[in-house]
Design a binder for this molecule. Structure first.
Ligand code: FMN
Length: 311
């Protein structure tokens, strides 16, 4: 038997594979397609205080090696989630992370408080990284000081473990990571999408209603991996890596770079059973390599002749 269990800032996961926010609905939509109990965790679609319609279409387009989206955080709102989705979700043996976003610090704080009263939530994933809303979101994640302040305020408002989700749009993502760690975050996830643009050359018009959108999928994997590697060297809290993961080998790359767990996003749209296949692939890999504990792989990047810096 190999051990695939990991611990993300006090949250035990039976394996390190988590479905990423916005690509797995509220989890329940996927239960006819795969057994949610097989997953390490689920991050539900980003929730706001009130229901939110998101941006007008077109808001998803396919690009080379990935997709651009500008959904704009359409969601049912925190109260409907607690009433309609959570009671069904907590019947499963899977860690449920609730992704939250706000336009102001006060809004984040109020959502966090509301969710603290609910039962069955393993932790909050705080989205300070969405490129598709006009106010709030990514604005907090680009600035270490703002990110720190927001983390501090949410930390005071809830005892739920906090995973802060970082944006690759920050000029120094490791700096943001250090700041949120210093303000009490239990873990960090990265990355959210990269800001992108696509144009219809026949009409010279942008393909998305919002002009720009967030790029995800295999196209971003090497950049996300580099960022995870950089951040993992700078912080001592667990790092959860994501960006373009579509196979168990992709997932292992992130773990070797220093991630203690991974999230799978866009790949769920192509094959809804990707998470299950990745878990199976990881187990087979560990057996074949005679590694009895997945945690041995974390940060095991082999750099012959190189010194890595850590401070
Ligand atoms: C359609 C879509 C919706 C998303 N919605 C959210 C969201 O609500 N909250 C969030 O933090 N990230 C959201 N994301 C970002 C993903 O969780 C993930 O960070 C990103 O897509 C990179 O991972 P991937 O390449 O595996 O998809 C969304 C991504 C997509 C493609």
């Amino acid at each position: 038997m190999v051990n695939t269990a990991v611990n993300i800032g006090g949250i035990p996961l039976k394996n390190p594979v988590i479905a990423a926010s916005g690509t797995f609905g509220y989890g329940l939509e996927f239960s006819p397609l795969l057994d949610l109990n097989d997953l390490g965790g689920i991050v539900v679609k980003g929730l706001s205080l009130n229901p939110y319609p998101g941006n007008p279409p077109p808001r998803i387009i396919e690009t080379t090696g990935g997709m651009l989206n500008s959904i704009g955080l359409q969601n049912i709102g925190v109260d409907a989630f607690i009433k309609e989705k959570l009671p069904l979700l907590r019947n499963h043996d899977v860690a449920v992370f609730v992704n939250i976003f706000g336009h102001t610090i006060e809004e984040y704080v109020r959502i966090a408080r509301r969710l603290s009263e609910a039962e069955g939530i393993a932790g909050l994933e705080v989205n300070i990284s969405c490129p598709n809303i006009k106010k709030g979101g990514m604005a907090f994640g680009k600035e270490p000081k703002q990110a720190g302040l927001l983390t501090k305020r949410i930390r005071k408002a809830t005892s739920l473990p906090l995973m802060i989700k970082l944006t690759p749009q920050a000029s120094d993502i490791a700096d943001v990571a250090k700041r949120v760690e210093g303000e009490g975050a239990e873990s960090i996830s990265l990355v959210n999408t990269f800001l992108g643009l696509a144009i219809d050359v026949d009409t010279a018009a942008p393909l998305l209603s919002t002009i720009t959108g967030g790029l995800s999928g295999p196209a971003i994997k090497p950049i996300a991996l580099r960022m995870v590697w950089e951040v993992a060297q700078k912080v001592s809290i667990p790092v959860v890596g994501l960006g373009g993961i579509a196979s168990y080998r992709d997932a292992l790359e992130f773990m070797i770079a220093g991630a203690q767990a991974v999230q799978v996003g866009t790949a769920n749209f192509i094959n809804p059973t990707t998470c299950r296949e990745i878990i199976h692939g990881i187990k087979e890999y560990l057996k074949a390599k005679h590694i009895d504990d997945i945690n041995q792989l974390v940060g095991s990047l082999n750099l012959p002749g190189h010194e890595t810096t850590s401070d």
